[in-house]
Structures are given as structure tokens and as C-alpha cells.
Design a protein around this ligand. Structure first.
Ligand SMILES: [Zn+2]
Length: 635
């Protein structure tokens, strides 16, 4: 069944893409080679993005051309954005998103001034920038981003590994790019883009677009870099990083950027990337973005990774020396299909990006590292869902995949429940049919936005074969209702049999597992996650002595140790927690550690307050906001 919920506003530029064989009359003209693909927008009620001021049915941005200068002294950037606009014939204004931007001048392509108004600021959403464009369909905005722009983090040399040069990176998801780019900042409004960026020598610049040639010396101690993204992307995927960075290839079409002193370790850790790309293509079709490169950023980066096209951004905290945290790379790579190719139209449907990707990630891990590791990682996800449901209530409204609420990153629901939904469907219809269906989902919705309803209808139309099968799948319950449906394909109970036995023995007799040294990181994490939460100082000391937890080179394990130690008011762990929180800005680690300290009242709150007083300024806005919420909680 097909419901006509797709609407292409002024689709003339894509019309000639239809195959000529089905046309009754020959096509009149092929689009010029330079004409860019215009992605459709969704107009169904559930696809309306409440986080944007844009009115894309009236006038929408199809291309962004940036010319920006990076100012590391003023910690700000400014320049121009030229926007191509597709609009109804009678549309005489366009509404853009903007947050904290200083608008200096708006003109048409010929340089004639255009009137504009900046509306009232709404918390978290910014302000509408309405431009009276008349007949103009190309507008030029001269502007400057604020020094405290939420998307941008300007690092001092001390916050880098090299310690000599400053560093900049951006994080746009979900609605932060409007703090440095005046455009329609909505995941359903795809835009091609290009950029010319100048930066002081000797800094290098990378973006989530293809770099064009070598940088050009501008004669004033700076160099200009140009980038092009010729595929329409949701604007949250426009990203930039600049610093003292070098490149190392990891395969014919993959490679990694990092600070010189980090590069060798980073390249070794992501050495399986080429194999991952091959595995992903074998599963769900061609990688459509050309190269797949990564940049390992300084530890202030607020996330594990961000799937910026052709340039995944990664935290250095995943580097363990043994590739044990490389599920992260598989995850960001998988986003090249789920998220970047087919994108949630609204953030309340973020499971379409994250759940599908988490499933896909697990399939890549299975191909590259084997079934055992994949089933162990799935079991950790399942434990995460169960823990979250136990915490918030098994039928709490926020536990549906499709929500109308705020986009919550790191949620066990969007990521892990989303993945288990697909694992369940796979287990019912069989892997072969499921894979065929998912591949056509990516192919048929490539470079387009999607909603939960569209996903459901596509499954009903292209996967489900009978009423009985539809009943056994419980698709609507999975997508639209809270909790975990009873048909869930639970993880292999044998995945952690040995570890769970060791947990039982340790809980009973305090016997430290002798097998620890040979365990995988997933097994160690399972152990640390499941041992009794209340430990005396003597027990913690014994555990640390035997397992070397405080000296772990794996940050996932170190984090679990610090969490356990702080929850038990273990003084010897405080200095290490302090230095960890002073260098690492990854929200996944930082927020829970502050939370744990905060929960320890008289003992932990003074420690948390004193650490945060010195570290707050070094965190990205994403991390800062999360910790602010923890510390603001009333007694
Ligand atoms: Zn993701």
C-alpha cells in the first residue's frame, strides 16, 4: 500500500531522473550536469519539524555556499553564506534558523540590499531570520557567529595533545548548526553545500565534504581550503575541524586524521575500517559517498563519534590498543546508510537514525569480528534496555521508539530498543528476507527523509507476507507503544555464561576471576556492571590490586571502575576521577560520574562542585548542559 505522503516542492530539477523507457513522449531536456539533485520533503503531519522556524513548503534552501574565516584569537568565525532558494512563484520571503548570529547585511546575487527581521529568541531553538527576498532566488548573508556558539568548541593549545596550537571542532546534531550557519536547520530539508575556509598557518582544516585540491596561500599568514558536498544532506551534517593534524591512510578509500602525536595509535586502532566498509556494502548496498575518512579529535569532543559524511568525528577515548571499542567505528560507518542516506525527518523519530544504525553496527561487528563478539555486544545493549526500563518504568511513555518529545541522545530506547526491534523482525522473517528488505529501504529512500509511519508502511508493503506474519511481528506495538513487546528476540543467554558464573562466585566468596586477563572488553564490562554495587574500601582495593582497574588503558573499563569506586565513597579514586574529568569531555562518561558524585551527598557534592568549577569551561555545550542539569538538582 502506498500513501501519497511524499511531496516534492517544485520538483522540475529531478523530473528527468525518471527512466525514459516508461515515458510516452521523449524527454524534452536532460538537466545540465551542474544541476543539483533536489531532495523531496515530507509533508505529512507527523513529519513537521517543530524545532525549525523554516516553512519549506513556501521557500526552502537547496544549496549553501559558505566563505568563512576562522579567528582563533576571538574564538569566532565570520564571512558570508550564499543560499540557493527554491520557492513558490509568489513567495516573497524565506524563513531561516539562526541562533546568536550577528547579521551584518543581506543582499540578492546582484548585491542589492534585502530587508530582513530577526524574531524573538526561543530557548534552545534560536530565532527566525526572515528575509524579504522578493523575486530573488539567491541570497547572500554577511554574518558572524558568536564566540560562545553552541556548535563550536574552540580549544586552547593546552587542551590538545600537542600543546602548541589551538583547535576547533563543530558538533551540529541536533539543532546546533544554526549557531554558525544561517540556513534552514531541519533534518528533513536536505541541502548540498560548499565552503571556502581560511585558517592561520600551519593549521589544517577538514570538513564533512570533499576537499578540493591543495590549500591556497592567501598571503596574510593564512591558507584557504575549499570543500564540496554535492549530495543533498540534512544541514546538521555540515561539520568542520581545524588544528595541527596529519593524515594516515588505512586503505584505498579510508584513512584517519589526528594530531601528529596521536596519529600512529589512531591509525592502528581503526585498521579494520576498510574491511568494515566492504562488510557494510556486502550487507546493504554501495557506499555512496566516495571516501570514508575519520578524524580522531582531542578528548574534549562530547560524543563517542559523529557520523559527519566522508569525515566521521571520533573521540580519542575509544582507543584501547586492541580495537575492542571499534563497534564505535562500525556505528558511525553504518550511519552512512541509516541517518545520512535515509534520515529521520523529525528528532522524535531519531530511532530511525540510531536504532537502525545500532542494528547495522552489530551486523558489521559480526562480519568483521565474529558472532561471539556481536552477540556479547548485543547482550550488553539488552541489559541497557532492561536497566533503563527498570529505572523509568516498564511502560513509561518515553520508552516508545517514535516519540513526539525532545530528542534524547544516548537513550537506551532509540539506540538499543531500536536495534532489538530489527533483530526481532529478522528472527521472525529470517535473515535473508530481512536483509533484502533493509537494502531496498536504503535504495528506495536514498537521500530522503523518513518517518516512523513511512517505515511501518514500507515494512507492510515490502516485507510482511501475511496477516499471520503481521500479527506475530507486532510492528505497531514495537514502534509506537512504550515498553518491550513480548515477542522480543532476547540475546543469546550463553553469551556471557562464563562471566555470569564468575560474578556469582565473586558475589558469594569474593574470589577474583582468574580468567580476567583473557577476557574480552565486553566480558570485563559485563563483570564490572554486574558485581554487587555496594563495596567496602577494602573490597575495592582488593579488586583494583588484582585486576589493575585504575590502570586500565580501556576507557570503558576505567569509567566503570571510577563509577563503582565513587558510588562507594572510595577516597583513593578521587584524584584519578579529577584528572579524568579534567581531560575527557565525552558526555557518556562525564555526566554519569558527576551524577554519581552528586548522589553521594555530603561526601560527593563538595568534590563534584570543586571539580566542575575548574572543568566546566573546558566542556562542549552538549556536555555542559547535561552536567548543569545534574548539579542544579535540588537537594
Ligand atoms: Zn549514532
Amino acid at each position: 500500500m502506498h500513501r501519497p505522503i511524499l511531496a516534492v516542492l517544485l520538483a522540475t530539477t529531478t523530473a528527468a531522473c525518471a527512466t525514459t523507457s516508461v515515458m510516452e513522449t521523449p524527454p524534452i531536456a536532460q538537466p545540465a550536469q551542474t544541476e543539483r539533485m533536489v531532495s523531496p520533503i515530507l509533508t505529512s503531519p507527523e513529519a513537521v519539524d517543530t524545532q525549525t522556524f523554516a516553512q519549506p513548503q513556501v521557500a526552502r534552501v537547496t544549496h549553501v555556499d559558505l566563505d568563512l574565516a576562522l579567528d582563533f584569537v576571538g574564538k569566532s568565525m565570520g564571512g558570508t553564506a550564499v543560499l540557493n532558494v527554491l520557492a513558490q512563484d509568489d513567495a516573497d520571503n524565506i524563513v531561516l534558523d539562526s541562533n546568536g548570529l550577528r547579521i551584518d547585511r543581506v543582499t540578492d546575487a546582484a548585491g542589492n540590499a534585502l530587508q530582513y527581521t530577526l524574531g524573538e529568541t526561543v530557548e534552545g531553538k534560536g530565532a527566525p531570520l526572515t528575509i524579504m527576498m522578493g523575486n530573488a532566488r539567491k541570497i547572500r548573508i554577511a554574518y558572524r557567529a558568536a564566540p560562545d556558539a553552541d556548535a563550536l568548541q574552540w580549544l586552547s593549545p593546552e587542551q590538545t595533545a600537542g600543546g602548541v596550537h589551538p583547535y576547533l571542532f563543530s558538533q551540529g546534531q541536533a539543532t546546533l548548526n544554526r549557531t554558525w550557519i544561517p540556513t534552514q536547520d531541519s533534518p528533513g530539508i536536505r541541502q548540498t553545500w560548499q565552503a571556502r575556509i581560511t585558517a592561520p598557518k600551519p593549521l589544517d582544516v577538514v570538513m564533512s565534504g570533499v576537499r578540493q585540491g591543495e590549500p591556497v596561500d592567501t598571503g596574510d599568514g593564512r591558507r584557504a581550503f575549499t570543500f564540496v558536498m554535492d549530495k543533498p544532506v540534512p544541514p546538521y551534517l555540515i561539520a568542520i575541524a581545524a588544528g595541527d593534524i596529519d593524515f594516515a591512510a588505512t586503505g584505498p578509500r579510508t584513512g584517519v586524521w589526528a594530531e601528529p602525536s596521536v596519529l600512529a595509535r589512531a591509525a592502528k586502532e581503526v585498521g579494520d575500517t576498510e574491511a568494515m566498509v566492504e562488510a557494510a556494502e556486502a550487507l546493504y548496498g554501495p557506499y555512496r559517498w566516495g571516501r570514508y575518512d575519520m578524524i580522531v579529535l582531542p578528548p574534549a569532543f562530547p560524543y563517542g563519534g559523529m557520523e559527519n559524511p566522508v569525515m566521521t568525528f571520533l573521540t580519542p577515548t575509544f582507543i584501547a590498543g586492541d580495537r575492542s571499542n571499534n563497534g564505535l567505528v562500525a556505528h558511525e560507518l553504518a550511519h552512512s546508510w541509516s541517518g545520512n542516506l535515509v534520515t529521520n525527518a523529525v528528532w522524535g523519530d531519531s530511532w530511525l537514525n540510531e536504532g537502525v544504525t545500532t542494528y547495522f553496527e552489530n551486523r558489521i561487528v559480526e562480519e568483521v569480528y565474529g558472532k561471539k563478539r556481536a552477540s556479547q555486544e548485543a547482550a550488553l545493549m539488552f541489559a541497557n534496555i532492561e536497566e533503563t526500563l527498570a529505572e523509568v518504568g516498564t511502560h513509561a511513555p518515553g520508552t516508545a521508539l517514535s516519540t513526539d518529545g525532545e530528542y534524547e541522545l544516548g537513550s537506551a530506547i532509540a539506540y538499543d530498543k531500536g536495534a532489538f526491534f530489527l533483530m526481532t523482525v529478522e528472527s521472525i522473517v529470517g535473515r535473508e528476507r530481512f536483509d533484502g528488505w533493509l537494502r531496498q529501504w536504503f535504495d528506495n529512500h536514498a537521500f530522503q527523509p523518513a518517518t516512523s509511519e513511512l517505515f511501518y508502511e514500507d515494512m507492510m508493503a515490502n516485507l510482511v507476507r501475511s496477516d499471520a506474519e503481521a500479527k506475530s511481528l507486532s510492528l505497531r506495538e514495537w514502534i509506537f507503544e512504550p515498553g518491550l513487546p513480548s515477542n522480543v528476540a532476547a540475546p543469546d543467554p550463553a553469551a556471557f555464561a562464563e562471566v555470569d558464573r564468575a560474578v556469582g562466585i565473586y558475589a558469594k566468596s569474593g574470589t577474583i576471576p582468574a580468567a580476567w586477563a583473557g577476557w574480552s572488553s565486553a566480558e570485563r564490562q559485563r563483570f564490572l556492571d554486574n558485581i554487587p554495587k555496594e563495596r567496602t574500601a577494602a573490597q575495592l582495593a582488593t579488586l583494583d590490586d588484582a585486576l589493575g582497574l585504575s590502570g586500565s588503558g580501556n576507557n570503558e573499563e576505567l569509567f566503570l571502575w571510577l563509577e563503582l569506586a565513587l558510588a562507594n565513597r572510595y577516597d583513593p579514586a578521587v584524584p584519578q576521577a579529577e584528572s579524568f574529568l579534567a581531560t575527557v569531555g565525552r558526555a557518556k562518561f562525564v555526566r554519569p560520574l558527576f551524577e554519581t558524585l552528586w548522589e553521594q551527598g555530603d561526601w560527593g557534592r563538595p568534590i563534584a562542585t570543586s571539580i566542575y568549577a575548574t572543568t566546566r569551561g573546558s566542556y562542549h555545550s552538549v556536555t555542559r548542559r547535561g552536567v548543569d542539569r545534574v548539579m542544579d538538582e535540588s537537594e
